[in-house]
Design a protein around this ligand. Sequence first.
Ligand SMILES: [Zn+2]
Length: 150
Amino acid sequence: MAVTMENAMLKKCIDAGLRMTSQRETIAMALDQSYDHPDAELLYKRANEIDSTISIATIYRTLGIFERAGLVQKVDVGDGKSHYEIARDQHEHLVDTQNGQIHEFKSEELTALLSEIADKMGFELTSHKLEVYGKKHGDVACRCIQIKVY
Ligand SMILES: [Zn+2]
């Protein structure tokens, strides 16, 4: 499998010094093409469509390896499943309580506020992670920083 722009995740794995098997490459590619914070089951379905020899155990094991290498992050949205995304810029999640879709946003105001709160508590803000829950009102288009479709 060639390293292409479409598989930036594979490049990250190689740069991180991970030993890449063909199954790991497929899983990296499936992650790279997922913009919806898939859980392990969904990622398994996607990877398995490309390579039917990939088992759910391989998915979990590989996600663990990617996570320990700091390439993948777990996202907990309170549905009892671990969702995954490729580690990247700080952003927050807004979860649609009606369909479970995870939308992403960035807010400088929020970061400033959290920094102020941390400062008042005698801390310097180093990172933050926020999951916001909501119900969409009206028929407004999603204003995600990326398009997320299940
Ligand atoms: Zn995200």
